[in-house]
Design a protein around this ligand. Structure first.
Ligand SMILES: NC(=O)c1ccc[n+]([C@@H]2O[C@H](COP(=O)([O-])OP(=O)(O)OC[C@H]3O[C@@H](n4cnc5c(N)ncnc54)[C@H](OP(=O)(O)O)[C@@H]3O)[C@@H](O)[C@H]2O)c1
Length: 318
């Protein structure tokens, strides 16, 4: 166990977030950097300061930082002036003020990076108007469930795509979507067209591949498509062929990419809004919690294979 040096704190982790980008980082093709053999796997953590040699932190403070896949980490304060990607990937720790009635783990999911991704993509980029049809893939996951609920709160008609009947039922019953299509049924593309009779005005794409192709086949005129993630590609060693873009031309559609790091300065605004919505019943979230750091590799493989249901969090025991 290392001792903190001047300006550092020693943190004992209680929660570790598992996120799909880590798969790309391991493959060496993520903008956050490469993970090399022998490196600690990256990941956002919540924990408590157990020794402090920094005036801004006291023993017992709850902090959020990028502590990685380990039980303890050393951190300093964030460097002054860090913004955007540098702030998102900072090695500094932040004292975490947990609002009354909000579970601590939510700050790694709905009130953290995945929730901010949904907020930026829906509010700042797709901007659905009341009555428009909003479609989102991986609809029961951390990003997709938040994106759909934000669009619903903005007055859109919201349709999801998910991988099992249980996920689809939860998306409708708990997240309040208008419809959800099971992508593992043989006729799911016909089901998607039936669920979007007026066409898709805004598509929040977390998957790429077949789901992007299917969504392009349902576009309304002047549709907007947000490329947020490529789940269909992450497990492949090859870059997959792109979809036919004919419908984009015919429907005068617009495609835009999202990188959450560009929106990091919006975190506090999103947290305030999401906390209000959460506490007043206008936002819900689901977590897939796994106990024990030693379970993280299996949990991560399950996340990348689509076998998890909700935001994956590792609860780290003492
Ligand atoms: N651009 C950014 O800045 C940014 C930031 C955060 C996250 N993201 C992206 O947003 C997406 C969702 O992230 P998340 O953390 O909320 O994950 P998640 O939804 O909790 O998990 C991923 C889900 O993707 C679905 N999926 C669709 N096609 C898949 C396939 N071929 N293989 C495996 N799973 C597949 C699965 O759900 P079903 O089986 O129910 O379809 C799976 O559960 C990811 O692509 C992630 O990389 C992007």
């Amino acid at each position: 166990m290392p001792d903190p040096e001047d300006g550092q704190v020693l943190i004992r982790h209680s929660h570790l977030s598992l996120d799909p980008y880590m798969g790309s980082a391991i493959k060496g093709r993520h903008m956050s950097g490469k993970v090399l053999p022998g490196d600690v796997l990256p990941g956002e953590t919540i924990g408590h300061v157990i020794a402090s040699r920094h005036p801004g932190f006291a023993e017992g403070d709850r902090v959020i930082s990028r502590g990685g896949w380990q039980t303890h980490s050393l951190a300093g304060a964030p460097a002054a002036g860090e913004a955007g990607m540098a702030a998102a990937l900072s090695s500094g720790a932040h004292v975490l003020d947990v609002a009354d009635g909000v579970p601590v783990s939510a700050y790694l999911g709905l009130l953290g990076m995945p929730g901010l991704t949904a907020y930026a993509g829906v509010v700042e980029m797709l901007a659905p108007r009341p009555g428009e049809t909003f479609l989102v893939s991986a609809a029961s996951g951390a990003v997709g469930s938040a994106a759909g609920q934000i669009a619903r709160n903005m007055g859109a008609r919201v349709v999801g795509i998910a991988g099992t009947p249980e996920k689809c039922a939860h998306v409708i019953d708990v997240f309040g979507f208008d419809a959800c299509v099971n992508r593992n049924l043989p006729n799911w593309k016909a089901d998607l067209r039936a669920a979007c009779p007026a066409g898709v005005d805004a598509y929040f794409d977390t998957a790429g591949g077949d789901m992007l192709s299917a969504a392009l086949g349902c576009l309304a005129m002047r549709a907007r498509i947000l490329l947020c993630g490529m789940m269909e590609q992450y497990n492949s060693d090859e870059v997959l062929a792109g979809p036919n873009l004919g419908p984009v031309l015919a429907r005068r559609a617009r495609i835009e990419g999202l990188v959450v790091y560009d929106h990091w300065h919006r975190m506090e605004r999103w947290r305030a809004l999401a906390t209000d919505w959460l506490l007043t019943g206008r936002l819900a979230f689901k977590e897939h919690c796994v106990v024990g750091l030693e379970q993280a590799p299996t949990a991560f493989a399950n996340l990348m294979a689509g076998r998890t249901f909700g935001k994956t969090i590792i609860l780290i025991k003492d």
